[in-house]
Ligand binder design. Structure first.
Ligand code: 5GP
Ligand code: ZN
Length: 103
């Protein structure tokens, strides 16, 4: 499959990886639109929020909370999901944008 994010997960393409575990990887957006702009992705390829198992969805949000605590920005971050090409989804591998302009 020709998916950029799967290539990053397999280390076939470089990325600035923030953290990862068995199911989730977080890396910097190549064109950041905030001081902190990370992409939170399941390691398994899913196109849409409609496809992913509930447990994994919970895991992604737990990771987001963990990151907010680690970065000390619990009260100053945004989460964005473009779901579907019509909404602006360009990369067809489900991902949440995690953004903050906290310095
Ligand atoms: P989408 O519009 O699909 O929600 O967002 C895709 C995001 O992926 C964009 O913010 C874009 O800058 C980022 N992106 C696209 N190609 C790459 C890449 O090769 N590496 C990284 N790290 N981010 C990418
Ligand atoms: Zn993929």
């Amino acid at each position: 499959m020709n998916c950029i994010f799967c290539q990053i997960i397999k280390r076939e393409k470089p990325a600035k990886i923030y953290c990862e575990d068995k199911e989730i990887i977080v890396f910097s957006d190549i064109f950041p639109r905030a001081l902190i702009h990370l992409l939170v992705c399941p390691k398994t390829h899913y196109l849409s929020l409609m496809d992913i198992p509930d447990e994994l969805l919970l895991g992604l949000f737990k990771k987001i909370r963990e990151m907010a605590k680690e970065l000390n920005i619990e009260d100053n971050f945004r989460v964005l999901l473009n779901n579907g090409a019509l909404s602006g989804q360009i990369v067809e591998h489900l991902h949440f944008h995690f953004m903050s302009n906290a310095s």
